[in-house]
Design a protein around this ligand. Structure first.
Ligand code: SF4
Ligand code: SF4
Length: 336
């Protein structure tokens, strides 16, 4: 597996890391087999978060079997206060069954008030820096969905790594990545497959790694097949061919910018609609010739797009400012 140095951390990490969102949906036995396979295929970096439900716990069980020392473990917290973040760090370590965290990240810092609280005199950064002095946290990083905020976070010089979405339709952080690289800040790319919107796994990952400012990409994986496909990119590094580039361009042409990355930040819907699942089904219906399958799944949802009461609660929570209400209207009109 190709390895790169993760900025100021000095960690030599596999260019494909293990994104820990989807593992929350599997059982313990499967989680163990996934982590075993990841190790076998050369992955040495696992990224999870307090906010990924059972992800930390399942990874903790798997690490007991596969070995904590086989991986750099990264987790993150949405807490912004001194006490809040310490509480979450403790929970993360208990879940993961580890006595230190290789990379602790402030999760999705995208708005000004969050930045202010983290950096305030008794904010979360102070707490985590104290933990770093004690060796409980080895390195400190940050993740974001706002490119302006990312720029500001890089300028603070407080972080060894940044994590940001990056793929052929979300390349707005390209300049920020270059700036980070100059400052020797490691660059971790999330959503390398645009949250599943681009169905070209290998090509998408090669696209990520062609950017020399990117250290590693962390696709979410919950099957052995995905692990083998994704790690093949790092195990056989090469540039994209002209045909692959053309294929990627053809695929993204129809996608535009108004598409859901399935980050889930819009939840909870006030009437219980699984918002990203509805967009996903519309995608399968319209783009992948899976009409019957998509309709069956859509109709079996307890609540779907046609149940939206247009209360508007979800829209301010979407980091991509998607017109969710309008988009759901479109879903309801399409899947009939
Ligand atoms: S606008 Fe619709 S989808 Fe959004 S929270 Fe309200 S009911 Fe749910
Ligand atoms: S609608 Fe927005 S917040 Fe919700 S999952 Fe999609 S991209 Fe994320």
């Amino acid at each position: 597996m190709e390895k790169r140095i993760l900025g100021r951390t000095g960690y030599e990490v596999s260019v494909i890391g293990f994104g820990g969102i989807p593992i929350q949906n599997v059982d313990e036995k499967t989680a163990i087999s996934l982590v075993e396979e990841a190790h076998k295929q050369g992955i040495n970096f696992i990224d999870t978060a307090r906010g990924y439900n059972e992800s930390e716990k399942l990874l903790g069980k798997a690490l007991e079997v596969v070995g904590r020392d086989k991986f750099y473990i990264a987790t993150k917290s949405m807490q912004r206060t001194y006490e809040g973040v310490l509480e979450e760090l403790k929970t993360s370590m208990e879940n993961l069954k580890v006595d230190y965290i290789d990379l602790f990240q402030f999760h999705n810092v995208s708005k000004e008030p969050e930045f202010e609280t983290i950096f305030s005199e008794n904010g979360a950064l102070k707490a985590i820096k104290e933990m770093k002095e004690k060796g409980i946290v080895r390195e400190i990083g940050v993740t974001s969905h706002s490119v302006d905020m990312l720029d500001k976070l890089i300028d603070t010089d407080e972080f060894a790594t940044i994590q940001f979405p990056y793929n052929a339709v979300e390349d707005q952080a390209t300049k920020a990545f270059a700036k980070a690289k100059k400052k020797n800040i490691g660059v971790i790319t999330m959503k390398p497959l645009a949250g599943g919107a681009i169905p070209l796994g290998e090509i998408c990952l090669r696209y990520n790694l062609e950017n020399e400012n990117v250290t590693l990409a962390i696709p979410g994986m919950d099957s052995i097949e995905q692990i083998i496909e994704n790690t093949s990119v790092g195990n056989n590094p090469r540039k994209l061919t002209d045909e692959e580039k053309a294929k990627l361009q053809d695929t993204i042409k129809d996608l535009g910018t108004n598409f859901c990355r399935r980050c889930g930040y819009c939840a909870p819907c006030s009437v219980g609609i699984d918002i990203p699942a509805n967009f996903l089904m519309e995608g399968y219906y319209s783009r992948y010739d899976l009409k019957d399958w998509a309709m069956t799944r859509y109709n079996s949802m307890e609540k779907n797009a046609k149940d939206c009461i247009q209360c508007g609660d979800c829209e301010p929570r979407c980091p991509y400012d998607l017109p969710i209400i309008k988009m759901l209207e479109h879903v309801a009109e399409t899947l009939v």
